[in-house]
Design a protein around this ligand. Structure first.
Ligand SMILES: NC(=O)c1ccc[n+]([C@@H]2O[C@H](COP(=O)([O-])OP(=O)(O)OC[C@H]3O[C@@H](n4cnc5c(N)ncnc54)[C@H](OP(=O)(O)O)[C@@H]3O)[C@@H](O)[C@H]2O)c1
Length: 243
C-alpha cells in the first residue's frame, strides 16, 4: 500500500486529505504540532479504513527538527502533502514583527525547509509526488492580505521551480490554489458561497490531481477566471482599488 505524509495534518484541509487518501487505501503519516488531536484522527482513520496510520510531531518553524523528522519516517512516503499555513488579519500583522515573521516563516521558509529535504530524497529515489497548498492570495498582492499573500507567492514560485527541477528525476510536484475554503482559518470571514469550497472538495481535487499528474489546480474552476482578470488589471488602476 502507498503512503502519504501530511504536514499540517490538524488543519481542516489536512484532515479532509487524510480521510480521502485513507478511503483510497493509502497508509497515512500524520504530522503536526498537536499530537493529541492527531492521535484521535489516527484511531478514527485506522478503524474506518483498515489502513496503517502513524503520528509525528512537526513544527514548521522548528527548522532544526525537519531533517530528524524526515529521517524518522519508516517507510519513506510516496506522496508528501504540505498543508500547514498561518494567516492573521493583515493590519495586525504589519504592526507586529512577530506576526510578520511567523506568517513568512510558516507559509514560506518552513515549507521550503522541509520540502528541500523531501525533494532531495525523492530525487535520489527517482519517484514520488509532492503537493503544496498555496493560495490565490499569492497571485497578486492586495492591500488587505499582502503579508500572507507574498509568503504564498514565494511558496507558489518555489513549487514551480521544484516541479521544473524534479521533472527529469521522475518526481511530480502539484501546486494547489484552493480559492476560499470553509475552515478554522476563515471562520471569521463572510465568504461568498459560490466561490467557497469545503475541505472535502479540496481533498477530492487533490486526489484527482495526483492520479492525473496535474501541475497547477484551482479547486473551484471559476477562480482561474477571477485571477486571470485580477492579473490583467493595469497597475495604474489596480493601486486605486480597495481589494
Ligand atoms: N481556508 C482557506 O480559505 C484557504 C485558502 C487558500 C489556502 N489555504 C491554505 O490551506 C492550508 C490549510 O489551512 P486551513 O484552511 O485548513 O486552516 P486551518 O484549519 O486553520 O489549518 C492551519 C494549520 O496550519 C498549522 N500550523 C500553523 N502554524 C504551524 C507551524 N508553525 N507548524 C506546523 N503547523 C502549523 C495549524 O496547526 P495547529 O493545529 O498546531 O495550530 C493548522 O493545522 C494552509 O496552508 C492555508 O494557507 C486556505
Amino acid at each position: 500500500m502507498p503512503t502519504i505524509l501530511i504536514l499540517g495534518a490538524t488543519s481542516d484541509i489536512g484532515q479532509a486529505i487524510a480521510r480521502e487518501f485513507a478511503h483510497q487505501k493509502y497508509n497515512i503519516q500524520l504530522a503536526a504540532r498537536n499530537t493529541t488531536t492527531l492521535n484521535r484522527l489516527q484511531t478514527d482513520l485506522e478503524i474506518r479504513n483498515n489502513v496503517l496510520c502513524s503520528v509525528h510531531r512537526f513544527d514548521a518553524v522548528d527548522f532544526d527538527n525537519h531533517l530528524p523528522l524526515y529521517q524518522s519516517l519508516h517507510p519513506k512516503p510516496d506522496i508528501v502533502a504540505c498543508v500547514f499555513g498561518y494567516m492573521k488579519n493583515n493590519d495586525i500583522t504589519i504592526h507586529s514583527s512577530d506576526e510578520t515573521l511567523n506568517t513568512i516563516q510558516t507559509n514560506f521558509t518552513g515549507a521550503v525547509s522541509i520540502l528541500n529535504i523531501v525533494a532531495t530524497d525523492f530525487s535520489l529515489q527517482k519517484k514520488g509526488t509532492i503537493f503544496g497548498i498555496s493560495s490565490v492570495a499569492g497571485e497578486r498582492g492586495r492591500q488587505s492580505n499582502y503579508i500572507y499573500g507574498s509568503a504564498k507567492a514565494g511558496f507558489t514560485a518555489y513549487l514551480s521551480g521544484l516541479r521544473n527541477k524534479l521533472y527529469n528525476n521522475g518526481v511530480h510536484v502539484i501546486t494547489v490554489l484552493p480559492g476560499f475554503v470553509y475552515t478554522k482559518m476563515t471562520a471569521h470571514l463572510p465568504l461568498p458561497k459560490a466561490l467557497t469550497a469545503k475541505p472535502e472538495d479540496v481533498a477530492k481535487s487533490v486526489y484527482r490531481a495526483v492520479r492525473k499528474k496535474k501541475n497547477v489546480i484551482y479547486v473551484k474552476g471559476v477562480w482561474r477566471w477571477i485571477m486571470l482578470i485580477i492579473k490583467l488589471i493595469p497597475e495604474a488602476v489596480f493601486k486605486r482599488l480597495k481589494l
